[in-house]
Design a protein around this ligand. Sequence first.
Ligand SMILES: C[S@@+](CC[C@H](N)C(=O)[O-])C[C@H]1O[C@@H](n2cnc3c(N)ncnc32)[C@H](O)[C@@H]1O
Length: 199
Amino acid sequence: MSSLRDPKNRHDVFFRKARDAGYVARSVYKLEEIDRKLSLFRPGQRVLDLGCRPGSWMQYARQKVGASGVVVGIDRLPMPAPVAGTRVIIADLLQTPDAALLVDLTAFDVVLSDMAPDTTGIRATDQARSANLFEEALGRAERLLAPTGGFLGKIFQGPDVQVLRKRMQARFSDVRLIKPAGSRSESTEVYLAGKGFHP
Ligand SMILES: C[S@@+](CC[C@H](N)C(=O)[O-])C[C@H]1O[C@@H](n2cnc3c(N)ncnc32)[C@H](O)[C@@H]1O
Protein backbone atom coordinates (compact mmCIF):
# COMPACT_ATOMS: atom_id res chain seq x y z
CA MET A 1 0.00 0.00 0.00
CA SER A 2 1.45 3.35 -1.02
CA SER A 3 -0.60 5.64 1.23
CA LEU A 4 0.96 8.94 2.20
CA ARG A 5 0.21 7.93 5.81
CA ASP A 6 2.71 5.06 5.56
CA PRO A 7 6.04 6.27 7.16
CA LYS A 8 8.18 4.27 4.68
CA ASN A 9 6.93 6.51 1.85
CA ARG A 10 7.82 9.82 3.47
CA HIS A 11 11.22 10.41 1.81
CA ASP A 12 10.26 9.23 -1.63
CA VAL A 13 10.24 11.79 -4.47
CA PHE A 14 6.82 10.58 -5.68
CA PHE A 15 5.50 10.85 -2.13
CA ARG A 16 6.48 14.51 -1.87
CA LYS A 17 5.19 15.28 -5.35
CA ALA A 18 1.83 13.64 -4.54
CA ARG A 19 1.50 15.42 -1.21
CA ASP A 20 2.29 18.80 -2.78
CA ALA A 21 -0.24 18.22 -5.58
CA GLY A 22 -3.00 17.17 -3.15
CA TYR A 23 -3.11 13.48 -4.10
CA VAL A 24 -3.71 10.96 -1.32
CA ALA A 25 -1.15 8.41 -2.61
CA ARG A 26 2.00 8.28 -4.72
CA SER A 27 0.40 5.55 -6.87
CA VAL A 28 -1.25 8.33 -8.86
CA TYR A 29 2.00 8.77 -10.78
CA LYS A 30 1.86 5.21 -12.08
CA LEU A 31 -1.59 5.91 -13.52
CA GLU A 32 -0.51 9.30 -14.85
CA GLU A 33 2.49 7.78 -16.65
CA ILE A 34 0.40 5.01 -18.21
CA ASP A 35 -2.28 7.52 -19.19
CA ARG A 36 0.36 9.76 -20.84
CA LYS A 37 1.42 6.76 -22.98
CA LEU A 38 -2.03 5.37 -23.75
CA SER A 39 -4.59 8.21 -23.34
CA LEU A 40 -6.98 6.09 -21.30
CA PHE A 41 -9.48 8.83 -20.38
CA ARG A 42 -11.83 11.25 -22.12
CA PRO A 43 -14.35 13.72 -20.68
CA GLY A 44 -17.75 12.21 -19.91
CA GLN A 45 -16.53 8.64 -19.42
CA ARG A 46 -17.78 6.20 -16.78
CA VAL A 47 -14.84 4.78 -14.81
CA LEU A 48 -14.79 1.81 -12.45
CA ASP A 49 -11.81 1.63 -10.03
CA LEU A 50 -11.33 -1.77 -8.36
CA GLY A 51 -9.29 -1.57 -5.14
CA CYS A 52 -9.63 2.21 -4.95
CA ARG A 53 -8.37 3.01 -1.41
CA PRO A 54 -7.04 5.54 -0.42
CA GLY A 55 -8.27 7.15 -3.64
CA SER A 56 -5.49 8.78 -5.70
CA TRP A 57 -6.55 6.97 -8.89
CA MET A 58 -10.12 8.16 -8.30
CA GLN A 59 -8.86 11.73 -7.81
CA TYR A 60 -6.98 11.50 -11.11
CA ALA A 61 -9.86 9.87 -13.02
CA ARG A 62 -12.30 12.43 -11.63
CA GLN A 63 -10.21 15.26 -13.08
CA LYS A 64 -9.84 13.53 -16.44
CA VAL A 65 -13.52 12.65 -17.02
CA GLY A 66 -14.81 16.00 -15.73
CA ALA A 67 -18.21 16.89 -14.34
CA SER A 68 -20.09 14.95 -17.04
CA GLY A 69 -18.23 11.73 -16.19
CA VAL A 70 -18.85 9.18 -13.42
CA VAL A 71 -16.24 7.55 -11.16
CA VAL A 72 -17.22 4.50 -9.11
CA GLY A 73 -14.74 2.80 -6.77
CA ILE A 74 -14.80 -0.31 -4.64
CA ASP A 75 -12.49 -1.37 -1.82
CA ARG A 76 -12.82 -3.91 0.97
CA LEU A 77 -11.44 -1.33 3.45
CA PRO A 78 -13.07 2.00 4.32
CA MET A 79 -11.64 5.13 2.69
CA PRO A 80 -9.55 7.40 4.97
CA ALA A 81 -11.45 10.37 3.50
CA PRO A 82 -14.10 10.79 0.81
CA VAL A 83 -12.96 11.67 -2.73
CA ALA A 84 -15.16 14.51 -3.97
CA GLY A 85 -17.46 13.68 -6.85
CA THR A 86 -17.02 9.89 -6.70
CA ARG A 87 -19.14 6.94 -5.54
CA VAL A 88 -17.49 4.35 -3.30
CA ILE A 89 -18.65 0.87 -2.37
CA ILE A 90 -16.99 -0.67 0.70
CA ALA A 91 -17.06 -4.42 0.03
CA ASP A 92 -14.93 -7.33 -1.12
CA LEU A 93 -15.09 -7.35 -4.91
CA LEU A 94 -15.18 -11.15 -4.88
CA GLN A 95 -18.51 -10.98 -3.00
CA THR A 96 -20.00 -8.13 -5.03
CA PRO A 97 -22.36 -8.73 -7.96
CA ASP A 98 -21.96 -6.75 -11.21
CA ALA A 99 -25.32 -5.03 -10.62
CA ALA A 100 -24.05 -3.49 -7.37
CA LEU A 101 -21.16 -1.89 -9.28
CA LEU A 102 -23.36 -0.58 -12.09
CA VAL A 103 -26.17 0.85 -9.91
CA ASP A 104 -27.92 3.11 -12.48
CA LEU A 105 -25.31 2.74 -15.26
CA THR A 106 -25.49 0.35 -18.20
CA ALA A 107 -21.71 -0.07 -18.68
CA PHE A 108 -18.30 1.47 -17.98
CA ASP A 109 -15.87 3.01 -20.48
CA VAL A 110 -12.75 2.34 -18.40
CA VAL A 111 -12.10 -0.35 -15.77
CA LEU A 112 -9.02 0.08 -13.55
CA SER A 113 -7.62 -2.39 -11.03
CA ASP A 114 -4.76 -1.58 -8.69
CA MET A 115 -5.88 -4.41 -6.36
CA ALA A 116 -3.09 -6.02 -4.38
CA PRO A 117 -3.35 -9.16 -2.26
CA ASP A 118 -2.21 -9.55 1.34
CA THR A 119 1.36 -10.74 0.75
CA THR A 120 3.06 -13.68 2.46
CA GLY A 121 6.63 -13.10 1.23
CA ILE A 122 6.43 -16.44 -0.62
CA ARG A 123 6.82 -15.33 -4.20
CA ALA A 124 4.77 -18.06 -5.89
CA THR A 125 1.88 -17.64 -3.43
CA ASP A 126 1.84 -13.86 -3.78
CA GLN A 127 1.96 -14.12 -7.58
CA ALA A 128 -0.92 -16.60 -7.62
CA ARG A 129 -3.03 -14.34 -5.36
CA SER A 130 -2.24 -11.31 -7.49
CA ALA A 131 -3.13 -13.25 -10.66
CA ASN A 132 -6.48 -14.26 -9.10
CA LEU A 133 -7.31 -10.63 -8.37
CA PHE A 134 -6.24 -9.59 -11.88
CA GLU A 135 -8.38 -12.33 -13.42
CA GLU A 136 -11.36 -11.19 -11.35
CA ALA A 137 -10.82 -7.60 -12.54
CA LEU A 138 -10.44 -8.68 -16.17
CA GLY A 139 -13.64 -10.73 -15.91
CA ARG A 140 -15.49 -7.63 -14.67
CA ALA A 141 -14.04 -5.62 -17.56
CA GLU A 142 -15.14 -8.27 -20.08
CA ARG A 143 -18.70 -8.16 -18.70
CA LEU A 144 -19.07 -4.46 -17.90
CA LEU A 145 -17.09 -2.55 -20.56
CA ALA A 146 -18.83 -0.75 -23.40
CA PRO A 147 -17.45 -1.38 -26.92
CA THR A 148 -14.06 0.38 -27.48
CA GLY A 149 -13.55 0.64 -23.68
CA GLY A 150 -10.23 0.38 -21.86
CA PHE A 151 -8.85 -1.79 -19.05
CA LEU A 152 -5.78 -1.39 -16.84
CA GLY A 153 -4.84 -3.98 -14.21
CA LYS A 154 -1.97 -4.66 -11.85
CA ILE A 155 -0.38 -8.10 -11.61
CA PHE A 156 2.79 -9.45 -9.98
CA GLN A 157 5.26 -10.81 -12.53
CA GLY A 158 5.06 -14.57 -13.02
CA PRO A 159 3.92 -17.26 -15.46
CA ASP A 160 0.28 -16.06 -15.43
CA VAL A 161 1.18 -12.72 -17.00
CA GLN A 162 1.64 -14.11 -20.53
CA VAL A 163 -1.52 -16.26 -20.27
CA LEU A 164 -3.60 -13.26 -19.19
CA ARG A 165 -1.98 -11.03 -21.79
CA LYS A 166 -3.05 -13.50 -24.49
CA ARG A 167 -6.60 -13.55 -23.08
CA MET A 168 -6.64 -9.74 -23.31
CA GLN A 169 -5.33 -9.79 -26.88
CA ALA A 170 -8.46 -11.72 -27.89
CA ARG A 171 -10.74 -8.94 -26.57
CA PHE A 172 -8.75 -5.68 -26.96
CA SER A 173 -7.24 -4.27 -30.16
CA ASP A 174 -4.15 -2.84 -28.37
CA VAL A 175 -2.57 -4.59 -25.34
CA ARG A 176 0.58 -3.40 -23.56
CA LEU A 177 2.68 -4.59 -20.62
CA ILE A 178 4.02 -1.63 -18.63
CA LYS A 179 6.34 -1.19 -15.63
CA PRO A 180 5.87 2.48 -14.72
CA ALA A 181 8.74 4.54 -13.24
CA GLY A 182 6.59 5.26 -10.18
CA SER A 183 6.51 1.54 -9.39
CA ARG A 184 9.14 0.69 -6.77
CA SER A 185 12.14 -1.14 -8.30
CA GLU A 186 11.94 -3.88 -5.63
CA SER A 187 8.28 -4.53 -6.49
CA THR A 188 7.41 -7.29 -8.97
CA GLU A 189 4.25 -5.48 -10.03
CA VAL A 190 3.56 -4.71 -13.68
CA TYR A 191 0.45 -3.40 -15.42
CA LEU A 192 -1.42 -4.85 -18.38
CA ALA A 193 -3.40 -2.28 -20.32
CA GLY A 194 -5.91 -2.90 -23.09
CA LYS A 195 -7.67 -0.42 -25.36
CA GLY A 196 -10.35 -0.93 -27.99
CA PHE A 197 -12.50 -3.55 -26.23
CA HIS A 198 -14.64 -5.69 -28.53
CA PRO A 199 -17.33 -7.63 -26.68
C1 LIG B 1 -2.47 -0.47 -3.89
S1 LIG B 1 -4.02 -0.18 -3.14
C2 LIG B 1 -4.83 0.85 -4.32
C3 LIG B 1 -4.32 2.26 -4.38
C4 LIG B 1 -5.18 3.17 -5.24
N1 LIG B 1 -5.03 2.83 -6.66
C5 LIG B 1 -4.83 4.63 -5.08
O1 LIG B 1 -4.19 5.17 -5.97
O2 LIG B 1 -5.21 5.22 -4.06
C6 LIG B 1 -4.84 -1.73 -3.37
C7 LIG B 1 -6.21 -1.84 -2.74
O3 LIG B 1 -6.84 -3.03 -3.21
C8 LIG B 1 -7.76 -3.40 -2.22
N2 LIG B 1 -8.23 -4.78 -2.44
C9 LIG B 1 -7.49 -5.92 -2.49
N3 LIG B 1 -8.29 -6.99 -2.67
C10 LIG B 1 -9.56 -6.52 -2.75
C11 LIG B 1 -10.84 -7.13 -2.94
N4 LIG B 1 -10.96 -8.49 -3.06
N5 LIG B 1 -11.95 -6.38 -2.98
C12 LIG B 1 -11.84 -5.03 -2.83
N6 LIG B 1 -10.66 -4.38 -2.65
C13 LIG B 1 -9.53 -5.11 -2.62
C14 LIG B 1 -6.99 -3.23 -0.90
O4 LIG B 1 -7.86 -3.12 0.19
C15 LIG B 1 -6.21 -1.94 -1.21
O5 LIG B 1 -6.83 -0.81 -0.63
